[in-house]
Design a protein around this ligand. Structure first.
Ligand code: SAM
Length: 381
């Protein structure tokens, strides 16, 4: 195994959530975490790369920088790519594909650059080049500098391997995890999602609370690398804390189909004992018995002004049930419209976190619902 402990590891996430991911990476013991656009850079060895894929809930990909060289023209790219130590990481028996981006460089033709690199890998290493290979080499040519990275995750990390069934506009698991963290959720309080769709928030919250590893049920591209150590990986996967739960995670939706999906997804994630899903419209929502916790929700949101107007009563109704029945609870509301957030009548904190979700800019609005004054208390004069 390569024991180099100074790999540059790039954790990709949605633009706007880099600081949240940096917080998670630091908490989970990754070294020298630093944010940049679209992600966080940490330093470590190959076991840290495996652990990042396995444990980090907020990353969508884990990339490793393999090296860099200057290339002013295609013949130079070809020559330097042939000398690149591909066999440090790649195996001749595993197919590979190459993706190239170029910016402010004399080499501007992505396809021609990709062909040179593919040929170098095929002829020098002996690996097959295939458009649907699980292993992807990412090449970025910027200011004539060619940086070569490998995607160690394969399929994006929000695909934990449990959510086969999805409703319309599902929240990605990695975003849900970071939004829960942004709302101060650490695993030790109940969570309610009154419009849960396929159940992403309650399932993610239950997994966090149970100390389950995010990537426990799936495979990763790095398992096909020359640097992979199967025994060490199996040992790493055995960890995970013992659950000590005293609360539940609730999801409601007016759509019975969505509720059935949530139930099936929770079962696949092995959190069915700790989650409850029910078909229910927002106007019937009441707080579960016991200690208050967190309500987190991404209601439907519109792109056009007419859609936003049509949704106003739904947000008003949400605000009304939360203010009247959820005293003492915190609220996290995800929407793309300040007007719809305002329609709830909740007093949101200033400067909501803004991030990119499905090509739209959305915000996480946070509020604390004040407990209702006790009407039966005697007035002391
Ligand atoms: C954007 S989706 C939520 C996606 C969800 N977070 C997920 O990860 O799948 C909004 C959900 O709100 C539900 N919904 C819309 N109006 C509702 C209402 N009045 N009461 C309860 N649920 C409602 C829809 O059925 C839909 O599943």
């Amino acid at each position: 195994m390569n024991t180099d402990d100074t790999l540059e590891i790039f954790l990709v996430t949605a633009p706007g959530l880099e600081t949240a991911l940096c917080t998670e990476a630091t908490k989970k013991g990754f070294r020298a975490a630093e944010t940049s656009v679209g992600g966080v850079t940490v330093t470590g060895g190959w076991p840290d790369v495996w652990r990042a894929n396995l444990e980090l809930r907020g990353a969508s990909k884990v990339l490793v920088r393999l090296g860099a060289f200057r290339a002013l023209h295609l013949a130079q790219l070809d020559k330097r790519a042939r000398k690149f130590p591909w066999d440090n990481v790649l195996r001749p028996d595993q197919p590979v594909r190459v993706e190239v981006t170029t910016k402010k460089s004399r080499i501007y033709h992505k396809k021609a650059a990709a062909e040179r690199i593919e040929r170098a890998i095929a002829e020098e290493l002996g690996a097959e080049i295939s458009a649907d290979a699980a292993i992807c080499i990412k090449v970025r040519i910027l200011d004539d500098m060619c940086t070569i990275s490998v995607d160690t995750s394969g399929e994006a990390l929000h695909k934990r391997g449990h959510k086969e069934a999805v409703n319309k506009a599902p929240m990605r698991e990695n975003l849900a995890a970071l939004l829960l963290q942004e709302c101060g959720f650490t695993g030790s309080e109940p969570v309610v999602d009154p419009m849960c769709g396929s159940g992403t928030f309650p399932i993610e919250a239950a997994e966090i609370s149970l100390g389950l590893l995010a990537g426990r049920s799936r495979t990763f591209a790095f398992e096909q690398f020359a640097t992979f150590d199967e025994a060490a990986w199996q040992e790493m996967k055995k960890q995970g804390s013992t659950p000590t739960l005293a609360f539940h995670f609730y999801g409601f939706d007016r759509d019975a189909g969505a509720v059935n999906m949530s139930l099936a997804n929770a079962e696949r994630a092995s959190v069915q004992e700790f989650t409850e899903f029910r078909t229910q419209t927002i106007s019937d929502l009441t707080a579960p018995n016991g200690e208050p916790g967190l309500v987190i929700v991404n209601p439907p949101y519109g792109v056009r002004i007419s859609e936003t107007k049509r949704l106003n009563p739904l947000y008003q109704s949400l605000g009304h049930v939360l203010k009247s029945g959820f005293g003492g609870w915190r609220v996290g509301l995800v929407t793309n419209s300040d007007k719809l957030a305002k329609a709830t009548g909740l007093r949101f904190e200033q400067n909501p976190t803004s991030f990119s979700h499905g090509g739209l800019r959305v915000k996480l609005f946070k509020a604390q619902v004040l407990p209702k004054p006790n009407m039966h208390q005697p007035i002391v004069t």
